[in-house]
Design a protein around this ligand. Structure first.
Ligand SMILES: [Zn+2]
Length: 267
């Protein structure tokens, strides 16, 4: 993975640092190879920006995020990169296996928002079906539990989900996370279930919840997330970012030095 870019300070354009390639090749490190297409685009970049002032900027590896998991080679990812005085938001786009990834500076701030909540219905039904402690009658009546569970989730706003959960588990990309509901929400669900289940069934139900509510287990909810880019308003700085709402994570590029902010690794 590239960890440095060359930036033309006149045109604000970037390209992977192929000097690194030369060094790497000279040392014969295994597993690092650049295609002819990579080298052709590097030569083209150097030709286009001949006479301009070029600088090296370092990618912050912990800041990579993508809506696609890292095992999918064709994806768009974002990352922060900087030099001594500036930081930039970088978009990496890989469109075809036989083409090199392209890198560009995005003038804006990245925001990750929760867009919807779902429950793992199919896996939940399988788990209920497999429960040894449930009679076949109870398995049928669990339909009522699923209705209550579904209804309670629809009452939670995706933007405010952090107020309703006690634990979160990152999915394979930033577009998905699993969350365990907090105890008060579970008590509410169990209370509503009193209408449909007798005491011994409620006891079995409580045990079932205890065993399956931790993320990413079948009673944890799925949070779907999206990346969006918010254009910068003038010379807006990132300083206020620490005060961001819990439901969103943001990063931005500006020409003002600022404190670092961590992101899940997902190049
Ligand atoms: Zn240039």
């Amino acid at each position: 993975m590239i960890n440095k870019l060359i930036r033309c300070t006149a045109c604000n354009q970037v390209i992977p640092n192929y000097q690194g390639y030369e060094l790497t090749r000279a040392k014969s490190l295994p597993g690092v190879e650049w295609s002819d297409a990579d080298l052709a685009s590097a030569r083209e970049f150097l030709r286009t920006h001949f006479g301009h002032s070029l600088e090296e900027i370092l990618l912050e590896e912990d800041s990579w995020v993508s809506e696609k998991p890292s095992y999918e080679p064709l994806r768009v990812s974002y990352c922060l990169a900087g030099n001594a005085g500036e930081r930039f938001l970088i978009r990496r786009t890989k469109l075809a296996l036989d083409q090199p990834a392209s890198y560009e500076i995005v003038p804006g701030r990245m925001k990750i928002s929760n867009v919807s909540l779902k429950f793992q219905e199919s896996d939940l039904r399988k788990q209920i079906f497999a429960e040894k402690g449930f009679s076949s009658l109870l398995k049928e009546r669990m339909e009522k539990f699923i209705q209550v569970f579904r209804d309670e989730i629809t009452r939670i706003s995706p933007e405010k989900v952090e107020e309703e959960i006690k634990e979160i588990y990152d999915g394979e990309s930033c577009a998905l996370a699993y969350a365990g509901l907090n105890n008060s929400r579970w008590e509410r669900i169990l209370n509503r279930c009193r209408l449909y289940f007798d005491e011994s069934e409620l006891k079995a139900l409580r045990r079932f919840i205890d065993e399956n509510h931790n993320p990413p287990d079948v009673l944890s909810i799925q949070i779907e997330r999206r990346i969006s880019i918010i254009p910068l308003a003038g010379e807006e700085s990132i300083v206020g970012l620490q005060d961001r709402k819990e439901t969103e994570e943001e990063m931005e590029a500006s020409s003002i030095a600022r404190s670092q902010k961590g992101f899940r690794r997902n190049p």
